[in-house]
Structure formats: structure tokens, C-alpha cells
Design a protein around this ligand. Structure first.
Ligand code: TPP
Ligand code: MG
Length: 553
């Protein structure tokens, strides 16, 4: 057994089923070890996509996804994916090659200090210098990637270490289950008291609430205490079936209709907020008190500085909190104080959902996508203007059915993240929603998706522009300049990849086109022209007017 084989055996022990990446000659011993292993090597057409896929594996399963690249240029192509996993708290392990460390037969050719490059983008970045350390380094890499707060880890395996014989006593270290501590009784009593004293409590579900293992206990907490909730963009869908308590999504930091409830609350029970997200509301001296519930203490920011904290394994902590609040049948008297605002908020958000205009408005697009997606269907967003509309208007009833990135908020992750979802859930409908800008950043992966035989529909919203930045330009009073571009004929583009392509030609055609694409199976590209004039009308003018009216009333 050599170093590479020992490393691959250790990956097998960690439960790795697939590795995504683009190998180089420095990885060839690893590739050969993979050939003889239970792990599938999935080559992508760019390392960035491999990292987005591996990160999404971590996000959806809680188990680190693994990606692979060569030294120098390949490893550098992983950096955006590293930041995506790191900011998004998605467990991921990156493995890169390197020239041998004991001799330098190629001098400095392609040599970049990748460990230093990765250090600020990861929780841990290490070079492996001897097979003897491989079992512990791999175990440590997976432990660190997975542990709260999860994130990216980097291991560099130089080619001479990969080829070096590993002694017969070296074996992968087994995993074991670690029980997490739960918040202690005194802290739970205090938190319960704070909630009982509140007159207008509101629950906020943040990004951490979407951890896959949390769905049941979180949903049960909300159902039991019956305090209405809103969520951050990445906290969307964390509560199953809690729709009668859903007050909206804070897609903007202030002034949206959901802020009518936030501004009136006297206590926000913030479950799993990660301040890496664009602020869901701006804490100020006169606003509501905030109780932070998290695996870890809250990070303190100018706009987020909780008054009290409940720190521990979130699921059991919430169960014990609910036991204190509602056990014995005495419901919380003020739990529903803000519920009367719900109908009005949701009515405003729902406006324009059936607009007949062509090109389609964002509200209609979101509405129609929801029509085409079953409850367990997964929508994966790239980054662009439509993200705000989906975050705000799309209703989810099952955890992790709207995947969006409100952390690094990078363009280009929509298609790869949807590909990973389609691999993990082959029987569910999976839709990537991309702008014409973001889609073209990783569109080469259509080939990978086709090769893997995935069932996946990609919806491209076409405005021939970097629409989001164009909107900001207008909102901030800049001239409309420099944000437009041309596009390929997307139907022909799809056909060149050997997949089906179609274009939505009327406002009523989106739902049947998506339906037909899903029914046909395989990879399908659907382009739809979008009318973004609603961005300023609704998200700026209308909200400003509503806010001013509310302030004067
Ligand atoms: C990699 C990357 N580059 C630039 C940005 C800045 N940015 C955010 S949204 C956006 C425009 C996106 O355009 P498109 O994908 O066409 O979506 P649209 O807003 O037009 O719907 C840009 C350039 C980013 N978030 N990520
Ligand atoms: Mg665009």
C-alpha cells in the first residue's frame, strides 16, 4: 500500500462515495487508487463546479463532500468553491496535488503555495508530509469540516508522499458518534422566562436552522409553542408543515412587508442566525430584544448583538425549551400576538403572481415555478436579481427545497448545486434557476450533467444583462451603463450538448414547458425572457411608499 492508497482507504472509512474534480499528473497515484476503490471519480469540466458540487453534498447531507484538483492552476480554481463552503458553512474536503517535496526535478514549474492560499479560505489547510500521518490527518479533516460551524478543509498530497510505501500497520482511523452538549437547565429556565414575559414574540430561523439533521425537532418546536416565525434567506424551508405560522422571508434588510412584524416584535427568538447572511433586519438600540439559540455563541455585529443566548445542540435544546413553555397544557398566552399581521404581509407578497405580461415578471415566474415543482422538488438558485424574488415569494414546506447562497453569493453555483441535488435525490424534481450571466459562468457542466445521466431542468432567466447590478445602478442614481451583453441561442446551445432545449414564448407557456421537460427526463435547458421593470416598482418605490405611510399612521 502506498500513501495514495492509504488516503483513499481513509476516505472510504469516512463514507465517501464520490469525488468530484479535474485531476492532474500530480494526482495520478490517487486516481489509480480510486480506480481500485469503492469511490467513484466524477470528472467535471472546471474545478470550481467540482467544489460547488462537493460543498452542496455537505450542505444537503451534513457529510463532507470531497473534491480533487491538481497543484497550482487546478488548486487555484477551487478557491471560490472553498469560500462558498466556508462562508456557507457547508462541510467539504478538498484534496490537491503538489510536486514532490524531497526533490525538485521540475524546479518551480506550476508551484504555488496552495496551503497558504487556502488558509484564509478554510477551517484547516495542511500539507501531508508522510504516509504515517495520513490516517490521523484524514480523520481530523473530516472531523473539522463536519463540526459546527462546518466549512471547508484542504489537504495537499505531494506526489512523492502519494507514491511512498505506507507501512502495514497504518490503517484508517474509525469514526465514532459524538453527542453534543445541550444548553444547561439554568440557561433554559432563563430563556423560558424571557419568552413568557414577551408580549409580541417572533421566531426567526436563520441559515443554521437548515442543517439537515434539525428539521424534525425545529418543526416540532414551532408547532408546539405556536409563535409565528419568519426566516432569513438561507433559513427558508427549515420548518416542515408550519405554514400557518409563517410570516414571510426577510429577503431585504428593512422596509419589506415582513418588517412590519419584525418592527413590532418585542422579542425575537433567533434560531441559528449566522451573520454571514445579509442582515434580515437591523438591530438598533430601540428595537426588539433578541434571544440567540445556536450551536455556538452569536457573533456580535454592528447590526446583531443579542441580549440573551441559549447555546448547545439546537434540536434537543429546543425540545427542552418547549417542554418548559407549553408542558402541562398551559399555552403561551402571547404566542400569537403578531399573527394578525400575517394575512396582510402574505397578501402583499402574493401580488402580481398571476400577471399576464410577456416577457414574464419575476412574481409570475416564482409563482409558476412553484406550480411546476412538487412539495419535495428542489430549486437551486444561482445569484442574480431573481434571488430576492425567490427568497421573498417562493413558499417552501419541506426543509432544503430552496437552495440559495446568501453567504458568498457567488454567481456560477446554480447549475453545479442542482447537479449535486439531482445525484442525491434522483427521484425528485430538481430545477436550477440561473440568470443569463451566472449560467454562462459554469454552463460547460451541462456536459457533466448529461454524462452522469441526471434528471435536471435548468431555467435561464434572460434579460441580456447583469440585471441585479443594473438594478442597483438605477436605485443608487447611476446612469444605465455597461451591464448588457449578448447571449447564444440557448436552444441551439442545449442541442450542441446533446440535451433538449426550449424557449418559453408566451406568459402561459412556462408551467407546461417545465412540466414537459421534467416528464421527458434527462437534462433540459429552458430559457425564458424576464421583465425586470418590477424590481424598482415593487422593491423600491412601493416599499418606500408603504413604509412612509406606516410611519405616518
Ligand atoms: C462571481 C461573481 N461575480 C460578480 C458578482 C456580482 N453580481 C451579483 S449579481 C450579478 C448579476 C447577475 O446577472 P445574471 O446572472 O444575468 O442575473 P440577473 O441579475 O440578470 O437576473 C453580478 C455581476 C457575483 N455575485 N459573483
Ligand atoms: Mg441577466
Amino acid at each position: 500500500m502506498n500513501g495514495a492508497e492509504l488516503l483513499v482507504a481513509a476516505f472510504e472509512t469516512e463514507g465517501v462515495k464520490q469525488i468530484f474534480g479535474v485531476p492532474g499528473e500530480e494526482n495520478l497515484a490517487v486516481v489509480d487508487a480510486l480506480r481500485r476503490s469503492t469511490i467513484e471519480l466524477v470528472v467535471t469540466r472546471h474545478e470550481q463546479a467540482a467544489a460547488f458540487m462537493a460543498a452542496t453534498h455537505g450542505r444537503l447531507t451534513g457529510e463532507p463532500g470531497v473534491c480533487l484538483a491538481t497543484l497550482g492552476p487546478g488548486a487555484l480554481n477551487l478557491t471560490t468553491g472553498a469560500a462558498y463552503a466556508q462562508l456557507g458553512a457547508m462541510p467539504m474536503v478538498m484534496l490537491t496535488g503538489q510536486k514532490g517535496i524531497l526533490s525538485r526535478k521540475q524546479a518551480r514549474f506550476q508551484v504555488v503555495d496552495i496551503v497558504s492560499t487556502m488558509a484564509p479560505l478554510t477551517k484547516m489547510a495542511h500539507q501531508i508530509v508522510s504516509p504515517a500521518t495520513i490516517p490521523s490527518m484524514v480523520r481530523e479533516a473530516f472531523r473539522v469540516a463536519r463540526q459546527e460551524r462546518p466549512g471547508a478543509v484542504h489537504l495537499e498530497l505531494p506526489e512523492d508522499v502519494a507514491a511512498e510505501p505506507a507501512g502495514p500497520t497504518l490503517k484508517p482511523l474509525p469514526r465514532h458518534v459524538i453527542a453534543q452538549p445541550v444548553a444547561d437547565g439554568a440557561a433554559l429556565d432563563q430563556a423560558a422566562e424571557l419568552i413568557r414575559r414577551a408580549e409580541r414574540p417572533l421566531v426567526m430561523l436563520g441559515a443554521v436552522a437548515s442543517r439537515p439533521r434539525l428539521a424534525d425537532e425545529l418543526s416540532s418546536f414551532v408547532q408546539r409553542v405556536k409563535i409565528p416565525f419568519f426566516n432569513t434567506q438561507m433559513g427558508k424551508g427549515a420548518v416542515t408543515g408550519g405554514s400557518d405560522l409563517y410570516m414571510g422571508t426577510a429577503a431585504l434588510s428593512e422596509r419589506d412587508y415582513v418588517h412590519n412584524a419584525i418592527d413590532r416584535a418585542d422579542l425575537i427568538i433567533s434560531i441559528g442566525h449566522d451573520t454571514v447572511e445579509k442582515p434580515p433586519f437591523l438591530m438598533g438600540a430601540r428595537g426588539p430584544k433578541v434571544l440567540h439559540v445556536g450551536y455556538l455563541p452569536a457573533t456580535v455585529e454592528e447590526v446583531f448583538f443579542p441580549d440573551a443566548e441559549l447555546v448547545g445542540d439546537i434540536g434537543p435544546t429546543l425540545t427542552r425549551l418547549a417542554d418548559r413553555l407549553v408542558d402541562g397544557g398551559a399555552a403561551l398566552s402571547c404566542a400569537g400576538a403578531l399573527l394578525p399581521l400575517r394575512e396582510q404581509i402574505l397578501r402583499h407578497i402574493g401580488e402580481g403572481a398571476e400577471e399576464k405580461r410577456y416577457p414574464l415578471t419575476p412574481q409570475r415566474l416564482v409563482h409558476d415555478v412553484r406550480q411546476a415543482m412538487p412539495e419535495d422538488g428542489i430549486v437551486c438558485l444561482d445569484n442574480g436579481m431573481y434571488k430576492i424574488w425567490f427568497a421573498r415569494n417562493y413558499r417552501t414546506r419541506i426543509a432544503n427545497t430552496l437552495l440559495l447562497d446568501n453567504a458568498l453569493a457567488t454567481m456560477g453555483a446554480g447549475l453545479p448545486s442542482a447537479m449535486m441535488a439531482a445525484i442525491l435525490y434522483p427521484t425528485r424534481r430538481v430545477l436550477a434557476v440561473c440568470g443569463d450571466g451566472g449560467f454562462m459562468m459554469n454552463s460547460q457542466e451541462l456536459e457533466t450533467a448529461k454524462r452522469l445521466g441526471l434528471n435536471l431542468v435548468v431555467l435561464i432567466l434572460q434579460d441580456d444583462a447583469y440585471g441585479m447590478i443594473r438594478w442597483k445602478q438605477a436605485v443608487d442614481g447611476f446612469d444605465d451603463f455597461g451591464m448588457t451583453f449578448g447571449n447564444p441561442d440557448f436552444t441551439a446551445y442545449a442541442e450542441a450538448f446533446g440535451i433538449r432545449g426550449s424557449r418559453v414564448q408566451t406568459a402561459d407557456a412556462l408551467v407546461p414547458t417545465l412540466d414537459a421537460a421534467f416528464s421527458a427526463g434527462g437534462v433540459h435547458l429552458v430559457s425564458v425572457p424576464v421583465d425586470y421593470s418590477e424590481n424598482t416598482r415593487v422593491l423600491v418605490d412601493e416599499l418606500r411608499a408603504a413604509h412612509a405611510a406606516a410611519a405616518n399612521s
